[in-house]
Design a protein around this ligand. Structure first.
Ligand SMILES: *[C@@H]1O[C@H](CO)[C@@H](O)[C@H](O)[C@H]1NC(C)=O
Ligand SMILES: *[C@@H]1O[C@H](CO)[C@@H](O)[C@H](O)[C@H]1NC(C)=O
Ligand SMILES: *[C@@H]1O[C@H](CO)[C@@H](O)[C@H](O)[C@H]1NC(C)=O
Ligand SMILES: *[C@@H]1O[C@H](CO)[C@@H](O)[C@H](O)[C@H]1NC(C)=O
Ligand SMILES: *[C@@H]1O[C@H](CO)[C@@H](O)[C@H](O)[C@H]1NC(C)=O
Ligand SMILES: *[C@@H]1O[C@H](CO)[C@@H](O)[C@H](O)[C@H]1NC(C)=O
Ligand SMILES: *[C@@H]1O[C@H](CO)[C@@H](O)[C@H](O)[C@H]1NC(C)=O
Ligand SMILES: *[C@@H]1O[C@H](CO)[C@@H](O)[C@H](O)[C@H]1NC(C)=O
Length: 331
């Protein structure tokens, strides 16, 4: 059952002027999804001598990934580099033949993503969460037809570039939560997938402005999460000629939605904690939501209805009417 697997350390001399290769590294190898782990020590270059499911580098100190550092010719599905104090990855560091489902380099100290690192890696999902990323070179994720999902959560990214993902037409899921975005530029997602709906997670930033053209050249959207930002308004244009199925804008400063939202086939709408949402707009949302069976989360707001002499209370996914408080008559 627990077959013994032998991995060889291959020592290669690496000539690298500005990059300091590491000598000995401990790897953890999972032969199959649920196999026992193998601890392997390698020097110079990371290589697999046999097919494996998952290769994990964790809690080591590997500040620099120099050119040719990781050379995988066998089958491999998941490669993770977690908490290894990685500060720099040189172009050409990853020479990987198999198609990975996940390449995760998280809880490290990367500040930038250079071009030449990931362009030629066949991988469906790249996860660079929990680094110190502030610079993503425009070409960092170009020319990668395998790439579908990119996660950049918990970093210090200040801007999305519309030029990311040139000739990477299958990226449909982009996650940049807990970063320092302040706005969405025009055509922000123009290079993302056209043939399937997008999933965009942009919560927990400081976004105060969405350009009229931010979604120009983008198709339908399955999920758009913008919770925990500083939005005062959403542009009408983002809802035109487009389905946005799930929209979450909790904890912002919104006052109203543009009317176009009512034609965008929203099936789920969350806007909790937008404390100054306008009562006229709120009633319009209620009418739309009730009529179309939309899942909803309202901000907690009480709206006076002077005609009916009631307060209309919005609270989570419910609304109810209570009589306007009358002056006390009893003793
Ligand atoms: C690698 O593992 C060996 C044996 O388990 C251990 O003695 C050594 O400290 C480890 N090296 C690193 C760099 O963690
Ligand atoms: C591999 O290393 C881990 C962490 O150091 C340790 O918990 C585990 O017992 C080791 N497994 C084997 C098979 O040596
Ligand atoms: C890395 O270190 C953390 C904290 O000591 C520990 O919880 C985790 O299991 C370690 N990871 C591996 C793969 O050894
Ligand atoms: C990261 O690795 C170091 C050892 O290099 C360990 O002391 C620390 O607990 C690890 N941190 C986490 C969050 O795993
Ligand atoms: C992407 O492909 C184009 C055309 O082949 C090439 O000119 C460009 O250098 C490539 N970019 C990267 C970062 O590999
Ligand atoms: C939406 O589609 C209509 C009709 O096809 C077109 O006239 C209009 O310009 C489009 N609007 C946008 C913002 O693309
Ligand atoms: C709420 O919106 C309505 C219609 O858009 C507008 O007439 C009204 O002045 C707004 N109320 C407040 C308090 O901003
Ligand atoms: C409101 O949410 C609760 C739980 O979150 C759910 O059980 C209930 O069906 C929802 N009510 C409506 C009217 O959607």
């Amino acid at each position: 059952m627990f077959e013994r697997i032998v991995f060889f350390a291959v020592v290669t001399k690496i000539v690298c002027e500005s990059c300091n290769p590491i000598s000995t590294i401990n790897l953890t190898v999972y032969r199959t999804i649920d196999s026992v782990i193998e601890n392997v020590s390698v020097s110079g270059t990371i290589e697999l001598k046999e097919d494996a499911f998952h290769l994990l580098l964790a809690n080591e100190s590997i500040p620099e990934f120099c050119e040719n550092f990781v050379r995988i010719t066998n089958e491999l599905s998941v490669l993770q580099i977690i908490n290894c104090s990685v500060t720099n990855i040189e172009p050409g560091a990853f020479l990987i033949d198999p198609t990975l489902t996940l390449l995760k380099i998280s809880s490290n100290l990367l500040t930038s993503v250079k071009k030449g690192v990931f362009n030629n890696v066949r991988v469906k999902e790249i996860d660079l969460s929990k680094n110190l990323l502030s610079t993503i070179e425009d070409e960092a994720f170009d020319n990668n037809t395998y790439l579908e999902v990119l996660k950049l959560n918990y970093n210090a990214i200040k801007a999305i570039s519309p030029d990311w993902f040139q000739n990477s037409p299958n990226v449909y899921k982009l996650s940049i939560i807990y970063n320092e975005l302040t706005q969405l530029p025009p055509e922000a997602f123009k290079n993302l997938a056209k043939h399937r709906p997008l999933k965009l997670r942009l919560s927990a930033n400081r976004i105060s402005e969405i350009s009229l053209d931010s979604f120009k050249f983008s198709g339908n959207i399955d999920i758009l999460r913008l919770n925990g930002n500083k939005l005062v308004a959403l542009p009408e244009e983002m809802f035109l000629n487009r389905t946005i199925k799930v929209l979450e804008v909790n904890t912002n400063r919104l006052l109203c939605f543009p009317d176009a939202i009512y034609n965008s086939h929203v099936a789920s709408l969350q806007f909790l904690e937008n404390p100054h949402f306008n009562c006229t707009c709120l009633r319009k949302v209620k009418e739309f939501v009730d009529k179309n069976g939309v899942e909803v989360m309202y901000p907690s707001i009480i709206c006076e209805d002077r005609v009916k002499d009631v307060n209309l209370v919005f609270n989570f996914n419910k609304t109810y009417e209570i009589p306007l408080l009358l002056p006390s008559t009893g003793g």
